[in-house]
Design a protein around this ligand. Structure first.
Ligand code: PMP
Length: 353
């Protein structure tokens, strides 16, 4: 059976034009973009209606999956443009980075548009989906062991540094120490959230890895209103929470864990600890189950680190009142984790079910 437009009467289309098009066609539909990079940012802020129904306050998730890749597209674009302006990256050059996947995606996208070569190092716990995406965009990727210290020559940091020395015309992006990472969020994520909440935001909650997202966004928000509270989300097995509370870098805190992009075993140059009011530490199991809960209760597919950030709200629920407007940053899309969190076999194999 074939369907045909003839089946519908003219009046039907007239009715759709009058009733529905004004609701569906958002202002941005009226424009085109000169290239994919210009679509980065301006992501939706979506209210969470069921998951925190017993907690007072207004909860919103900033869905960075609205970017072509993830929230890291913002920093990739910004860091490369700044490097070009400084003359650190020249035409025909090679972009080098140690990445858990999302920054690599952003950099590979920028590189494809601008014609650079990309060589990345990553950890063996990377989602196969993320690894495939990097290679699909033309990046060369070296997979390194997760369970080694950052100073070990086999670590993904050490390998990236070595490649930057070996490859002529290389530019090592170094998202952990390159302040343009945090500055990208100061320039875009912070102002967007301020405008989207009409200045009513009282809490900002974000997972912290390099620290760029939380520090850049927090700087902008606290400049607008110093009373806004900033909650950092850390992983059990990372040093951030203890360092924030005691000023001590305690290597004995370092354990391997499955959360991607959350927590650190080094003190990065992009984490402005003074801007963060409190860190909450989450484990793999609670974070993974919270990802499934968001999918079931809100109809939103989010990544592993968003599960940690949403779970963090439950740990500090006593802080919130009806008057609060809480924004939780969601770095990436759940479709990057189908082989992991949404896969019962993987969950059982890792002892998470
Ligand atoms: N979540 C995911 C999935 C990430 O890839 C990252 C970045 N590594 C983060 C959270 C943390 O963001 P940031 O590095 O800006 O602290």
């Amino acid at each position: 059976m074939t369907t045909s437009l003839k089946w519908f009467k003219k009046e039907t289309y007239k009715k759709i034009r009058e009733e529905s098009i004004p609701d569906f066609v958002k202002p941005y539909s009226a424009r085109t973009y000169p290239n994919i990079l210009e679509t980065i940012g301006d992501t939706p802020l979506v209210r969470l209606n069921r998951i925190f129904k017993d907690i007072p306050g207004n909860f919103y998730v900033k869905l960075e999956s609205g970017n072509p890749g993830s929230t890291k597209d913002r920093i990739a674009h910004y860091m490369i443009e700044q490097a070009e302006k400084r003359g650190d990256l020249k035409p025909g050059g090679t972009i080098i980075e140690a990445t858990s996947g999302n920054t690599g995606f952003g950099l590979a996208m920028v590189a494809a548009v601008k014609g650079y070569r990309c060589v990345f190092t990553t950890k063996d716990k990377i989602s196969p989906e993320k690894l495939s995406a990097l290679r699909a965009l033309g990046a060369e990727v070296e997979v390194c062991p997760s369970a080694v210290s950052s100073s070990d020559p086999r670590s993904y940091y050490a390998r990236a540094k070595q490649l930057a020395k070996d490859i002529p015309g290389a530019y090592y992006v170094n998202q952990n120490f390159n302040r343009d990472n945090a500055n990208a969020h100061y320039a875009s994520t912070g102002p967007e959230i301020w405008r989207q909440t009409h200045g009513n935001i009282t809490y900002f909650v974000a997972a912290s890895g390099t620290g760029g997202t939380i520090s850049g966004t927090a700087r902008y928000l606290k400049e607008e209103n110093p009373d806004i509270k900033i909650i950092g989300v850390d992983a059990k097995g990372s040093i951030l929470k203890k360092y924030h509370e005691t000023g001590i870098y305690d290597e004995s805190e370092v354990k391997s864990y499955l959360l991607e992009g959350v927590g650190k075993n080094i003190i990065t140059g992009n984490t402005d600890f003074d801007l963060i009011d409190e860190f909450v530490q989450l484990d793999d199991k609670e974070s993974a189950h919270t990802v499934r809960e968001i999918a079931n209760k809100e109809g939103i597919l989010v990544g592993f680190s968003t599960g940690a950030a949403i779970a963090a709200i439950k740990h500090i629920k006593h802080k919130f009142t009806e008057k609060d407007t809480v924004v939780i940053l969601s770095p990436d899309h759940g479709n990057l984790y189908f082989s992991k969190i949404f896969n019962d076999d993987w969950m059982r194999e890792k002892g998470l079910m």
